[in-house]
Ligand binder design. Structure first.
Ligand SMILES: Cc1ncc(COP(=O)(O)O)c(C=O)c1O
Length: 324
């Protein structure tokens, strides 16, 4: 495989067959963490910038692109903007890990941290306030707004969903983590056209408000929201499962032990939901789950017993939490 640009490094047909994962049923985990910048978000980033260009809104060497991101979209947009010749400003919050910030800066992005928690205990509203301030002070600035931008959803209908549809003759279940709900909306829309009987399960952490849950302080980035994203109106899952963050930690650690791949936090959340619904799977069902990223970025959080003990007191001891 020879590539001419890092943006071609996207593994579209990579599925890890998890033998007997859920009550004896195999589960196919679509691995997006080997893509350039380490997550599914490189597809979103390319699509968002190309959409601005097609609408005549963005011009290289002139436009400043702004986005709010917990890390993965931020680092993906950093690369896309560097390659295409845009200045990029990422508005993040204190939950974002240091390595992501360093990565964005290495690619030439400017990172601004919104420090104040908003009325729901999260940071999203505070991040939006920072974006608003920049839009008023920087005349060439454009906000891609992944939370409301239909190009986000369409990227996953055209890419992620079609990649799944190409791989399997039928899909009975698909499990998708929900942040902006772009992945959930896009994959459900397209996969329902191809497999009308599919059950689409949206997965979020307890404390996320996207599907009507009560807000609660959350610690694992990438999944869940403290303000319902506009795109959620198009997401339309058959079912939503909310997972407590300590179950995410347990799922990540037991997965590394049993399946030997260091998965990211949102993948642990998605896999906990798969396990929760295992009794509903029929023999022969094809079950697909999307893994948005890998675990290296979470070594100081999800995989750190001291961090887990500090932020998740419901787990009695780190050893309990980590299944050791
Ligand atoms: C690790 C991870 N998982 C899941 C998601 C959710 O994807 P989406 O924003 O398409 O809902 C994201 C989004 O940033 C993410 O970074």
């Amino acid at each position: 495989m020879i590539v001419e640009s890092p943006l071609e490094i996207i593994f579209r047909d990579l599925f890890y067959r998890l033998r007997g994962f859920a009550d004896g049923h195999d589960v196919f985990l679509k691995l997006e963490g080997f893509n350039v910048t380490g997550s599914i978000k490189v597809k979103t980033a390319i699509a968002l910038v190309e959409d601005l260009e097609q609408r005549g809104i963005a011009k290289p060497n002139e436009t400043v692109i702004i986005e709010s991101s917990s890390g993965n979209l931020g680092i993906a947009l950093s690369v896309v903007c560097a390659i295409k010749g845009y200045k990029f400003i990422c508005v993040a919050d204190p939950n974002v890990n240091r390595a992501n910030i360093r990565g964005m800066e290495a690619y030439g992005a400017e990172v601004i941290i919104a420090e104040d928690r908003d009325s729901t205990g999260g940071f999203l509203e505070s991040r939006f306030k920072v974006i608003d301030r920049i839009l008023h002070s920087e005349p060439n600035a454009v906000w891609v707004n992944q939370y409301a931008n239909i190009a986000n959803k369409n990227a996953h209908a055209e890419q992620t969903a079609n990649e799944i549809a190409r791989q399997f003759d039928k899909v009975d279940w698909v499990f998708v983590g929900a942040g902006t709900t772009g992945t959930l909306g896009g994959t459900s829309e397209r996969l329902r056209q191809v497999f009308p009987d599919i059950r689409v399960v949206g997965v979020e952490p307890v404390g996320s408000v996207t599907f009507g849950g009560a807000p609660k302080k959350r610690f694992i980035p990438g999944i869940g929201t403290s303000k319902r994203p506009e795109l959620a109106d198009l997401a339309n899952p058959d079912q939503v499962i909310a997972i407590e963050e300590h179950r995410t930690v347990e799922a990540c650690r037991s997965f590394v032990r049993d399946y030997h791949l260091l998965i990211g936090g949102s993948t642990g959340t998605v896999l906990a939901a798969v396990e929760q619904l295992a009794t509903q799977f029929a023999p022969g069902d094809t079950i697909v789950a999307i893994s948005a990223d890998l675990g290296e970025k979470y070594l100081d959080t999800v995989y750190d017993p001291d961090w887990v003990e500090r932020v998740m007191p419901e787990i009695r001891t780190p050893a309990d939490a980590l299944g050791e």
